[in-house]
Structure formats: structure tokens, C-alpha cells
Ligand binder design. Sequence first.
Ligand SMILES: [Zn+2]
Length: 261
Amino acid sequence: MPELPDVECFKMYLDDTSLHQEIVATEVPDPGILDGISARPFQMCLQGESMEATSRHGKFLFVHLKSPPCLVLHFGMTGYLDYARSNELPKHARVVFRFAGNGRLAYVCQRKLGRVTITDDREAFLQSHQLGPDALDEQLTDRGLAERFAGRRSAIKSAMMDQSMLAGVGNIYADEILFQAGIAPHRRVFELDDQAWRTIFRAMHRVLQTAIRKGAEVSRFPPTYLLRRRGQDGPCPKCNRQLKTTRLGGRRTCFCPHCQQ
Ligand SMILES: [Zn+2]
């Protein structure tokens, strides 16, 4: 499921392939993917426009057009972008932007849990979707993070995945961040002291930035990363003891009972 690093990589991909080209047609083979707008007005909004810049907040990608509104892409469980200079479309293409000069950008989403929409006001959109600060927001500090979560009784992993508290971290990266921080995923938020928050904050930055640098491809992550072993019930990459898989807040959770306290 695309989380912050994946969406940041989609952003770079779009920047590399699709900026500053006139949109000559927009196809919506599956209008069910559109949120709050039907196909015809959506197509009208994009006609003759061009994608001029992108920005990301949490798992949302904003594509700023030559003139407002702004296109918003969310990738659900299985979404990604595919650019090509060909008429052929990938299977499960839900929206296709065709550019002058034969290129096309397809928004592909097999399980249809992603959403495509437009907004006139990025800030209002973030508020109406109750999104907390982006996990890599430069204004966010370890102290600020601790204050946001202060007093909560939920498990730290569940709290980190709550997009209204912190935007961008989901099930996969919450496991990695807590593994790198040496904090057990079921520890209660209110039990964490300042030192623990500092450790989590630093691990969060290190993990997310490393993942972005590695193109969000788990096979390229450092050998000490949990995600390379997750799902294999293998030994811990740090202490070689058996990893444990459990469910927390209904989500599959992998951790090392020895390295994470
Ligand atoms: Zn371990």
C-alpha cells in the first residue's frame, strides 16, 4: 500500500515525465474513481491545462495546473502512475491524461480504493480531510510530535498511523520506524518519555528518507531493515532471534520482542 515514500517517488516520476505539456484529452475509463466530481466536468477542468508543479502531503499528491483548480491523487492500496508514449494502456488504468506530442500519463489502480479529485484550495482540502502535519514537515520537531500525541492511551503504532495526527505513515513504515527506534509497537503513547519521542522522531526521518532514496523498493533497503524480512517470519536482522507477527488495531504487525522494548 503506497505510503509517504511511495507517493514521494510517484511525485518525482510525474515531475520527470509529465510537467509542462498541454493536456489534449482526459479519459476516465472508470468514473467510480472520481471523488466529488463526475467525469464530464472533470475532463472540462483539465482540457488545455498543463501540469506545472507537484506537492505532497502525507499520502496525497497535489498536481498544480496552469490555472486552478488543483488535481489531487490518492493511491489507495494498489495505485501508481505510468507514463508512456504509446496508445496502449496498462490494465486497470482508471484515468488517462493525454498530452500534446503523444505522451500519456495513466493513473492505475487495480483495487479501486484510490481516489482522484480536484480542489480549489489545497489548505481547505487538508482541513476537510482532517490531515495532521506531514511526517517530513520541516516545521515538525520531536517535541511537537510528542505534544500532538500527548496523553493518548492508544498503542504507539496505531497512533502513528492515524492520519489526523500525522500524515504519511501507514502500516508498513510504522513497523519499520518502531523497529529502528527499538520501541515495541504496543507500547502506550502516554508511557513514552522525551527520550523515546526523540528516538522515534529521528528513526522516522531516517527511515522515510532512506526509503525515498531507495525508490521505495524494499529489496534495496539496508540489510538491517525489518521490511526486508517482514512477512517471512524470519530472524531479526539485528539480533537474529525470531521475529514476532501479531495483530494490532486490526493490522498485521511485525516486531522483534528482543530489540523492541
Ligand atoms: Zn532483534
